[in-house]
Write a protein that binds this ligand. Structure first.
Ligand code: DAH
Length: 346
């Protein structure tokens, strides 16, 4: 027994002295002094000793326990001191490189948004912002979509449930296009002006690779004296060359929108095959990107501008679509995916 006690004492001492940190020290403490620890187990066997040996061995055991406890306490203090010393050294060492916080960057959507604004700023346009929750008046009425007109069906409108508010039922919607900002701005300021309005719009759409219920558009319009259809075509041609690259071509086809007359649709030469024909442009060499036209006299009248004195052009395009085209992405949903493996590629 005596021999075993001394061995345990020696084992414990050498382990304690070699302990590297407080965690290790605690483990050693448990291993020797814990409920199932080596010393505790030995002490349990004291009762089997012959009566006359008990006092002597008891004293030795107590000595050993207090030696081990003292050693544990001293090493503990040392280790805490060493830790402090290490921290102190680290703080004082100004040559240790700092921890660099990782920097974020603009989302591809925002990068494109700022590029677009830059191009139009260069042409004297001002950027404006407006509400996503809209009224029937700005989304439709002012823009020459009379109530019950079939052209409203093209807008796949999401209506807000206004039963618990003062709003008239069916009048409050999520805007379906940024054209709403024609009325909102033209009502307030006097021509001449040139404005672009980027923003989010919403439609009742099934989500897939090329459709979303929420996407970005931007609207542009200019009102002045003697504005013509060719001013519109020239502006759009300038924009696509600046945005997609000088070699990009634009072509126009006639179209119909309630708020422009005459109206056009604009196509750019495919950014993937440069117009030769590929699966991206469905072999046509062209990709549709925008709608536009001369602001309908009814729209100008609706906002108190005399169409005999002032004319204007307007156009609208899907900003999300421009991003997809510019970076040749094959799925619109990638733009709302927060996966950093995607976003870090831009
Ligand atoms: N607001 C139209 C849409 O979302 C796009 C558009 C077409 C805007 C022609 C215009 C325009 O200003 O003149 O479908």
């Amino acid at each position: 027994m005596e021999h075993e006690l001394l061995k345990v004492k020696n084992d414990a001492s050498s382990l304690i002295i070699a302990a590297e940190d407080e965690k290790e020290l605690n483990e050693i403490k448990l291993d020797f002094l814990g409920r199932n620890g080596k010393l505790t187990q030995l002490l349990k066997r004291m009762k089997d000793l012959p009566e006359e040996r008990k006092p002597e061995i008891g004293r030795l055991a107590n000595e050993i326990i207090s030696t081990v406890e003292d050693l544990l306490a001293t090493r503990g203090e040392e280790l805490r001191g060493e830790k402090k010393e290490k921290i102190k050294r680290a703080v004082e060492d100004i040559t240790i490189p700092g921890v660099k916080p990782s920097l974020g960057h603009l989302h591809p959507m925002s990068q494109v948004l700022f590029d677009v604004i830059d191009v139009f700023k260069g042409l004297g346009f001002q950027a404006a912002d407006g509400p996503e929750i809209e009224t029937d008046r700005y989304n439709f009425e002012i823009l020459n979509f009379p109530k019950d007109h079939p052209a409203r069906d093209t807008q796949q409108t999401l209506f807000l449930d206004t039963r618990k508010s003062k709003a008239t039922s069916g009048e409050t919607i999520l805007r379906t296009h940024t054209s709403t900002m024609q009325g909102r701005i033209m009502e307030k300021i006097k021509p001449p002006f040139r404005v672009i309005v980027p923003g989010k719009v919403f439609r009742y759409e099934q989500t897939d690779a090329s459709h979303g219920f929420e996407f970005w558009q931007f609207e542009g319009y200019a009102v002045d004296k003697n504005i013509t259809f060719t001013n519109l075509m020239g502006t759009l041609d300038y924009f696509v060359r600046k945005f997609f690259g000088e070699e990009t071509k634009i072509k126009f086809t006639s179209h119909n929108f309630p708020f422009t007359e005459p109206s056009l649709e604009g196509y750019v030469s495919c950014v993937v095959c440069k117009g030769k024909g590929c699966s991206f442009c469905k072999q046509s060499g062209w990709v549709e990107v925008l709608g536009g036209g001369m602001i309908h006299p009814n729209v100008l009248r609706n906002v108190g501008i005399d169409p005999a004195e002032w004319q204007g052009f307007a156009f609208g395009t899907g900003l999300s679509r421009l991003v997809i085209l510019k970076y040749q992405m094959d799925d619109l949903r990638l733009l709302t995916n927060p996966d950093l493996r995607i976003l870090e590629q831009f």
